[in-house]
Design a protein around this ligand. Sequence first.
Ligand SMILES: Cc1cc2nc3c(=O)[nH]c(=O)nc-3n(C[C@H](O)[C@H](O)[C@H](O)COP(=O)(O)OP(=O)(O)OC[C@H]3O[C@@H](n4cnc5c(N)ncnc54)[C@H](O)[C@@H]3O)c2cc1C
Length: 170
Amino acid sequence: MSEPSATGWDHTFDLVIVGSGAGAMTAGVVAHDRGAKALLVEKSNRYGGSSAMSGGSLWVPCNHLMAEAGIEDDPEDAMAYLREITAGLVPEEKLQKFVDEASNALQYISDHANVNAQVMNESGDVIPGLYAVGNCSSPVMGRTYAGAGATLGPATTFAYVAARHAIPES
Ligand SMILES: Cc1cc2nc3c(=O)[nH]c(=O)nc-3n(C[C@H](O)[C@H](O)[C@H](O)COP(=O)(O)OP(=O)(O)OC[C@H]3O[C@@H](n4cnc5c(N)ncnc54)[C@H](O)[C@@H]3O)c2cc1C
């Protein structure tokens, strides 16, 4: 990454993404593929965040790779597991969104390679145009860390959902 420039710059983007971890990168790829001009802003001198240092294990319930390998999975089992470990702290619709979209997100990234995730104010009103994914958002696992794969799967899933919500299909 180049050193910051002392000269000013003036550009317009459809989507500005703060950070460059798995969540941010996924949002960038999805937004780009939808025809948007997206900017990733990274504060450190390296891309990738803790995602780049991770073991890379993703928990993606009912994913297509399992299905291809003949392994059965049940969305209701995933929901039961999430309900158990989050103990009522995470809204049911967020858990359901993750279970519904996780496999789509993995499939999308798999196919291109190489969750609406909107931020609300204290009154619970949506702040238009502002999305949060990855570790800067309320985690789908509540206050627990269920083990390897517990954060990268949700980060990727909600980045996929957020970018698709922010940039409608043209
Ligand atoms: C050694 C290790 C192994 C791990 N293994 C696994 C694993 O196997 N499976 C799993 O699910 N999880 C694992 N984790 C946890 C996982 O890596 C993180 O939870 C996940 O990478 C977080 O992704 P993210 O997209 O939220 O953000 P990150 O990858 O943390 O990226 C955030 C980025 O945002 C940047 N940033 C922050 N603030 C600003 C700002 N104001 N302006 C600009 N940029 C900013 C940061 O510099 C950083 O680059 C591991 C973690 C570690 C440390």
